[in-house]
Ligand binder design. Structure first.
Ligand SMILES: Cc1cc2nc3c(=O)[nH]c(=O)nc-3n(C[C@H](O)[C@H](O)[C@H](O)COP(=O)(O)OP(=O)(O)OC[C@H]3O[C@@H](n4cnc5c(N)ncnc54)[C@H](O)[C@@H]3O)c2cc1C
Length: 414
């Protein structure tokens, strides 16, 4: 064991989980973030513990769907066309994975990170004041018609690889199950045994608070660079000065790209921007979380109201939010929840950090003492606690009970 602390850069769900598991292993940890914990992508997501989300966005069906979506004004995929030339190299690599055998490999790689998510969250919150926060739930995929469900066969074939088989509800069963849904939804494909969080930003913030109450240090600082002696990291340079360390874990979500660039590594990490709309003081709530398949967003009955969160906008993380995705979510919500009334709305944009093979980078860069914990695309809340546990095991020298090679950062950082 080294004598200097381990610094975890980025206090989203991945960083906070890593810090907690390292602390439990008896290590001296500093958690750093330029903002308050839980204010990045982890703040505004759908809150779904999506053990079912094994299929990547770039499945083979995207070849057919993407042009259709991009030509339509009423679709869940948005693109800042002016940024297309700059994005093309990433897009080409991303789409090169949209073939069946590669999708199956990604599904295989994602399964161990996702399928035991509810258990992993429970293990993370055990012994903390957050024990009641991990809710058991069903997740229902809402389709306009049974035919639309049948057209989504590829996606269900991928979920079947993870042993998931839906119960199908049609006709009157749909509104009996979820009275909030109007006639625009005539089929629910329902999965049991999943979970959700009713305020993901606060969940992460309270976990970070627990970490400090247990003796961990949180430093609000912008990490700017790394100092190395030979190949090994010795300190982190920040807006608040230099901090010595034995190891660093980079869990800075989309912003990990800039930090990797400081090491001379060009990681193809692209923001899949997503949006949420919160309907405050809603007249009704769904009984369980829903996925609105036509709108590609999740619906979660949350503490602050009804949150609809999802869609994809391809654009960088430096450009301001757009209005069209928010308008789209509002329109879709009005269609599926025709009787919903509310006192007001709030909207938000966040950045899903995505590499071309949609598989997070979890591991050490060479023998540098610098570990990566980023690239969790659409499923960082789901897989963050397990990622943190795996990183803590790797750092403290115990062997994770799974093959870590698919996540090795070398495939992009080599
Ligand atoms: C609309 C939407 C819906 C989603 N729904 C779900 C869902 O239902 N389920 C699910 O599992 N996932 C969902 N996701 C994905 C999930 O939110 C992300 O994968 C996850 O939050 C990523 O967590 P993270 O810890 O890697 O990054 P973040 O939460 O983004 O945290 C990174 C942190 O690093 C800090 N940071 C960055 N650079 C520096 C620096 N130089 N110095 C110091 N600090 C720095 C930032 O301030 C930030 O706090 C959704 C995402 C979106 C956008």
């Amino acid at each position: 064991m080294g004598s200097k602390p381990i610094i975890v850069v980025g206090a989203g769900i991945v960083g906070v989980s890593t810090a907690l598991w390292l602390q439990r292993a008896g290590r001296d940890v500093i958690l750093m973030d330029r903002d308050a914990p839980g204010s990045g992508a982890s703040y505004g997501n759908s809150g779904l513990l999506a053990g079912w989300a094994v299929e990547p966005v770039n499945a083979p069906t995207l070849w057919k769907d993407a042009p259709k979506y991009l030509m339509s004004r009423d679709s869940p995929l948005f693109l800042k066309w002016a940024q297309l030339p700059w994005m093309l190299p990433w897009l080409a690599r991303f789409m090169s994975h949209a073939v069946d055998h590669k999708t199956r490999r990604i599904v295989e790689n994602m399964m161990p990170l996702l399928t035991d998510t509810v258990m992993q969250h429970r293990a993370l919150v055990a012994g903390t004041p957050l024990e009641g926060w991990v809710r058991d739930s069903k997740c229902s995929f809402a389709y306009p018609t049974l035919k639309d469900f049948e057209k989504d066969q590829y996606s269900w074939n991928m979920k079947a690889l993870a042993g998931l088989k839906p119960n199908i509800l049609t006709g009157g069963e749909v509104q009996e199950e979820e009275p909030i849904l109007g006639p625009a939804i005539a089929c629910l494909a329902q999965l049991e045994g999943h979970g959700h969080i009713t305020d993901p930003g606060r969940y992460v913030a309270l976990l970070a608070q627990h970490f400090t109450q247990e003796g961990g240090q949180f430093v609000q600082a912008q990490v700017q660079d790394f100092t190395r002696s030979g190949d090994h990291v010795t300190q982190v340079e920040t807006s608040e000065g230099a901090f010595e360390c034995d190891q660093v874990v980079v869990t800075a979500g989309i912003w990990s790209k800039e930090l990797m660039a400081r090491l001379g590594l060009r990681i193809p990490l692209q923001a899949e921007r997503g949006y949420h709309v919160i309907f405050e003081n809603p007249s009704e709530l769904p009984r369980n979380p829903l996925m609105i398949t036509k709108g590609r967003f999740g619906v979660n009955p949350m503490d602050m109201g009804l949150r609809c969160a999802g869609v994809v906008e391809l654009a960088n993380h430096l450009t301001p939010a757009s209005e069209a995705p928010v308008a789209f979510i509002r329109k879709q919500a009005a269609e599926v929840f025709p009787k919903l009334t509310y006192s007001g709305t709030q909207s938000w944009m966040g950045f899903r950090p995505t590499v071309p093979d949609c598989t997070p980078l979890i591991g050490q860069i060479g023998e540098s003492g610098i570990y990566t914990g980023f690239g969790h695309q659409h499923v960082g809340l789901t897989s963050g606690p397990k990622t943190g546990r795996l990183l803590a095991q790797m750092i403290t020298g115990s062997t994770p009970n799974m093959d870590m090679r698919p996540y090795a950062p070398e495939r992009y950082a080599g």
